[in-house]
Design a protein around this ligand. Structure first.
Ligand code: ASP
Length: 313
């Protein structure tokens, strides 16, 4: 995929691999200005006359809602395609053909699809930019950007961080994108707290190690929790594995309020959501918990920034 190299205009956003630290700063600067503007009640018109197709082949409410809100907050319009069971896909239409059709109606397509690589594939045939809104067990680049934006906002830095990623690291795409993104920064220590049957993919481990990330694989949250700057909880991706594997790992790592209370004062608890039962609801009132209070809104600001940079000159 084409690197961003300081210029987002008309480029597809498929993978975190396309970004360098300068590109990320650019997204964050634009997101900051939208955040400030919206907080003051500014009405933006940057995407007036533009249309985004939100083409979602997998269930989603928050990412779908976030892209919709981001587009509309910038004065753009949205073609919402969520129930693929009502579309031509059930008649056997290929992804390529569907992309060509919606590219004719709109200026960009945010695509969520159950297959890894679907966004890359779509970008190869699409005349308009594709934004990867999650491709199977592959990546979720916009989530990683909002996660890093939140880390920077809450902790004041993107370097010198100890982060524990907890849960299903093999099938969870958010941690794939986030590890690659964090590996662009100095002095990052990652603790992978995961079942033996669901570890971080080796190609990602190799890449981030090469970039200087220190990795520790641990079997429990307890011994490390008081040293973490960021605790990144994830759910087990039930829909991507057989029942036997799901049953064997679903309850392995559960964060509760008492454990969360042992964290450093200046640390944060994150979750890409939806939360299932890997985190009890008493964590929500912990001041370190930022998933409802910051991540969700930041997702909208960051997606506004990306859409603006890709679609408007
Ligand atoms: N919402 C995130 C995703 O689409 C996380 C999850 O579903 O567990 O990957």
């Amino acid at each position: 995929m084409k690197k961003i190299n300081g210029n987002f205009y008309q480029k597809s956003i498929v993978s975190i691999d396309q970004f360098d630290a300068h590109d990320i700063e650019k997204v964050f600067d634009v997101a900051d200005s939208y955040k400030k503007g919206l907080e003051k009640g500014t009405v933006f018109h940057d995407l007036e006359g533009k249309l985004l197709t939100a083409l979602f082949y997998e269930p989603s409410s928050r990412t779908f809602g976030s892209f919709t809100a981001a587009t509309q907050r910038l004065g753009g319009g949205i073609i919402p395609i969520q129930g693929v069971q009502f579309s031509s896909v059930v008649k056997g239409e290929t992804l390529e053909d569907t992309i060509r059709v919606f590219a004719s109606y709109s200026d960009a397509i945010a695509l969520r699809h159950p297959e890894e690589g679907a966004s890359k594939h779509a970008a190869e045939v699409s005349p308009v930019p594709i934004i990867n809104a999650g491709d199977g067990v592959g990546e979720h680049p916009t989530q990683a950007l909002l996660d890093l934006y939140t880390i920077k906002e809450r902790l004041g830095r993107t370097e010198h961080l100890s982060i524990a990623m907890v849960g299903d690291l093999k099938y969870g795409r958010t941690v794939h994108s986030l590890s690659k993104l964090l590996s662009l920064y100095k002095n990052i220590v990652m603790y992978f707290v995961c079942p033996k049957t669901s570890q971080m993919p080796q190609d990602i481990v190799n890449l981030i190690k090469k970039r200087g990330v220190k990795i520790e694989i641990v079997s429990s949250i307890q011994p490390i929790i008081d040293k973490m700057d960021v605790l990144y909880m994830t759910r087990v991706q039930k829909e991507r594995m057989d029942k036997k594997l799901y049953e064997s790992i679903k309850d392995l790592f559960i964060l509760n309020g008492r454990m969360a209370g042992r964290m450093k004062k200046k640390s944060i608890i994150m979750h890409p959501l939806p939360r299932i039962h890997e985190m009890t609801t008493d964590v929500d009132s912990n001041p370190r918990a930022v998933y409802f209070t910051h991540e969700v809104k930041n997702g909208m600001y960051v997606r506004m920034a990306l859409l603006k940079l890709v679609l408007a000159k």
